[in-house]
Design a protein around this ligand. Structure first.
Ligand code: NAP
Length: 336
């Protein structure tokens, strides 16, 4: 076990810098010692976030550095595989932001490399599992109080999205979180998926938005997902599991209700950073603690791979209008 975990960060854009702040301000047993980014300005900005952060030219140099015990990967999806394989080869614990990689084949190569090591070293950033409300939903299901779960309804609405949000990102960047939660709450892999587009939101500039997915799980439970990323009124995450003798839903996030002039109202959060701040804080703190002991917990490379497979199938379905079947193979024993 190391006393203070020395973390190297690859990719220092929005979420990378947020995680650096998180480690620096909230986690006394970890310190960011190194950064690298293909965008030199981002790397310089990130290096100013804490004392004694060294900037490396490449991910390879950062991973090999003596002052790096563990690696946090926050570059874009297409760059994840190369960095993960290097960090696995170096035997250093890894936190990789979602997606695990940008293709199923890349995810499989990562799994093969980790299985060869014989133990988990990688956690993927599906942070909703650390959100207190989702955790309470899961605990309610696991308690047996509402009976066996049957259907999970998930609603994922963003006020708007940035200019670079294009193509299939409503699925590959957004719906992936709902897919993760569906697998986790319903305790099953996905058997088949169908995605249908609705009348387009005119605020979306041609984007296929909103979308509805119907997901059938291997254990015969169902999940419905609405993704709507230009909804204007705020960031709104809803979820309900209906079960054999009860249901459990996420509560509203507003802390107060104002009653005035014959109406009552409450605040709707503006974005995902505000909605899931506690989840990110706990996620990174727990990763750092496990990494200090040389391992990892939390969502695994297998979860990353399974979600990628569903995301690819969902995109295929949205393109074709067909139901798309999944067959992701057997889970290696290190992930059981
Ligand atoms: P961002 O602001 O664009 O930051 C990404 C940074 O990585 C940029 O500085 C980029 O440089 C750099 N980069 C790209 N390729 C690289 C490479 N090969 N080596 C080193 N640096 C590289 O993006 P972001 O919003 O922070 O997102 C980063 C990742 O986090 C994405 O995978 C995203 O899906 C994920 N994310 C997850 C959540 C969540 O809820 N869990 C939330 C937000 C983001 P350039 O500027 O030159 O491209």
């Amino acid at each position: 076990m190391v006393k203070i975990l020395k973390v190297g960060v690859i990719g220092t854009g929005m979420i990378g810098q947020d995680h650096i702040r998180r480690i620096t301000d909230l986690i006394p047993s970890a310190v960011v010692t190194a950064v690298t980014d293909t965008n030199a300005d981002n790397a310089k900005q990130a290096a100013r976030k804490a004392a004694d952060i060294k900037i490396f030219e490449t991910a390879e140099q950062l991973i090999a550095a003596d002052n790096v015990d563990a690696v946090l990967i926050c570059s874009w999806g297409g760059a994840h595989e190369a960095a993960i394989l290097l960090a696995l080869a170096a035997g250093k614990p890894i936190f990789c932001e979602k997606p695990l990689a940008d293709s199923q084949a890349a995810c499989q190569r990562i799994i093969e490399a980790e299985v060869k090591l014989g133990k988990r070293l990688l956690q993927v950033g599906y942070m909703r599992r650390y959100d207190p409300a989702y955790k309470a939903m899961k605990a309610t299901i696991d308690s047996g109080k509402i009976g066996a779960p049957l259907i999970f309804h998930s609603v994922h609405r963003n006020a708007g999205v940035p200019d670079h949000y294009k193509g299939d990102m409503a699925i590959s960047d957004t719906m992936v979180h709902d897919i993760d939660v569906a697998r986790w709450l319903l305790d099953s892999e996905v058997a088949r998926v169908r995605v249908v587009g609705a009348k387009k939101n005119t605020r979306g500039g041609g984007l296929r938005d909103p979308l509805m997915a119907l997901i059938e799980m291997d254990n015969k439970t169902l999940a419905s997902v609405e993704v709507s990323v230009n909804i204007d009124y705020g960031y709104d995450i809803q979820g309900e599991v209906s079960a054999e003798k009860g249901s459990v839903s996420l509560g509203e996030t507003n802390k107060i209700i104002v009653k005035s002039q014959g109406q009552f109202s409450g605040e709707i959060l503006a974005d995902w950073m505000l909605r899931f701040v506690e989840a990110y804080d706990v996620e990174i703190a727990m990763w750092a603690e496990a990494a200090r002991h040389g391992g990892v917990t939390g969502p695994s490379a297998w979860d990353g791979y399974a979600i990628q497979a569903v995301s690819d199938a969902a995109i295929k379905s949205a393109d074709s209008g067909d139901v798309v079947e999944l067959n992701i193979g057997d889970k290696p024993s290190i992930y059981v």
